[in-house]
Design a protein around this ligand. Structure first.
Ligand code: ASP
Length: 411
């Protein structure tokens, strides 16, 4: 049985177990709660996510700096970086535009006529200025200790670029760093084998407490976000892949299934990053030199699924409060959500906090977030799948343009 199938079975069984516990309120039973939901499921699920996260910092530092250092001296690093960042920004802006357009047509939330404020304390969202300043590290060790991804990426690029410029005299160091990268990759391999159990526990723990009943009167909003996420994942990405590389999408996205399953069950682009890097380099043929840059960067700044949710949520909240948005407002939403996606850490639920920044920008009541809070955990799972699919698609496109894609593998 393939590992992907095992993970799917673990996921479905976990979902059914959690659902059964929720429907029959078995959670109220002390023994079941203590030993299973809060015990076995939550403990094993948390350890599984912790072990994935454990790989992230060493993997980013070693693979990214070696990738940069061993980059062909005749090739322009800045060109690869520009192409990657431009594509990430473009796909995010496209995602939120589609989200807004579909939401404006369907007009979810109309008729709710909310005027009173809901009892909800808006989480503080950072300003754009502080997001930009916070990208630059003051201390590499504390950036790594605190897992500040953008700071780690910037330090690793800087380190790798310096090493590249003196690589003729420092080739031993590059070899050592390459060996360490291989060891960390091997660790990722070993961990992936535990995924069926980890995924089972994560699903069971989540659905025992989070029943699907929460969808209730948010059904229209929920379906709309899912619809746009599917549209982006099943139409936009495959089209971009085909247009830019000529690769037939079916085989490509089939190979990406394990990554999608990890993203769905962990709701975290960051925790999924080691698996994305492994799959993209080993199964899809993207050269590690490209992927070691595009994947960590994407897991940190490219959140198309999150942007889609933010677009639909903005229209929903505006409708619910009967506030009209002008076309300038929509443009501001596109700009702010694209910036917000850079500042959104790839961990569960952060997209919702960054939504406060988008709402505030166009003068919508940020406490409107409370309206959609109930279904956000479920949507987070699906939008994280879109986020990581976007990272992988852009990686393949950039690699193709740099002649660093093994087409035979990616078909
Ligand atoms: N969970 C998402 C991710 O990790 C971020 C978010 O939308 O909250 O990609």
């Amino acid at each position: 049985m393939s590992l992907t199938l095992k993970i799917i079975i673990g996921m479905v069984l976990g979902f059914l177990t959690g659902l059964a516990i929720n429907i029959f309120s078995l959670n109220d039973n002390q023994v079941i709660n203590l030993y299973f939901v809060d015990g076995l499921f939550d403990t094993v699920g948390s350890i599984f996510i912790a072990s994935l996260k454990l790989m992230v910092v060493p993997l980013v530092f070693f693979s990214l700096s070696t990738g940069i250092a061993s980059f062909d001296k005749n090739k322009k690093l800045s060109l690869v970086a520009t192409k990657t960042v431009a594509l990430y920004l473009f796909t995010t802006a496209l995602a939120i535009t589609i989200g807004l357009l579909v939401a404006i047509i369907v007009s979810p939330g109309s008729g709710l006529n909310l005027t009173t404020t809901v009892d909800y304390i808006t989480p503080a969202s950072p300003s754009i200025k502080s997001v930009i300043i916070d990208m630059f590290p003051t201390n590499p060790i504390s950036a790594m200790a605190e897992g500040k991804m953008l700071q780690i990426i910037i330090f690793s690029i800087f380190f790798g670029a310096a090493l590249r410029s003196i690589k003729d005299t420092n080739s031993d160091l590059i070899k050592i760093m390459e060996s360490i990268t291989n060891v960390v990759m091997k660790m990722v391999f070993i961990l992936i084998n535990f995924a069926p159990f980890g995924v089972f526990c994560l699903m069971a723990a989540l659905f025992s407490t989070q029943g699907v009943g929460v969808i209730g009167n948010l059904f229209q909003y929920f379906l709309l976000v899912i619809f746009v996420l599917l549209l982006h994942g099943l139409v936009v990405y495959p089209s971009l892949l085909y247009i830019f590389t000529g690769i037939k999408p079916l085989g490509f996205y089939k190979k990406l299934r394990p990554v999608m399953l990890f993203a769905f069950s962990t709701s975290s682009s960051n925790a999924t990053m080691p698996v994305t890097l492994k799959t993209v380099t080993q199964d899809l043929g993207v050269s590690p030199k490209i992927a070691s840059f595009t994947i960590p960067l994407g897991a940190t700044v490219n959140m198309d699924g999150t942007a889609i949710m933010q677009g639909v949520a903005t229209v929903f909240i505006a409708n619910a409060y009967n506030i009209d948005l002008s076309s300038i407002d929509y443009l501001m939403v596109i700009l702010t959500a694209t910036m917000a996606s850079i500042g959104t850490a790839g961990v569960p639920g952060v997209g919702l906090i960054m939504l406060a920044m988008v709402l505030a920008q166009v003068g919508l009541p940020t406490e409107g977030i409370a309206l959609i809070l109930g279904v956000d955990r479920l949507l987070d799972m699906v939008r994280t799948v879109v986020n990581v699919t976007g990272d992988s698609t852009v990686s393949a496109i950039v690699a193709y343009s740099e002649d660093a894609l093994d087409i035979k593998k990616s078909k």
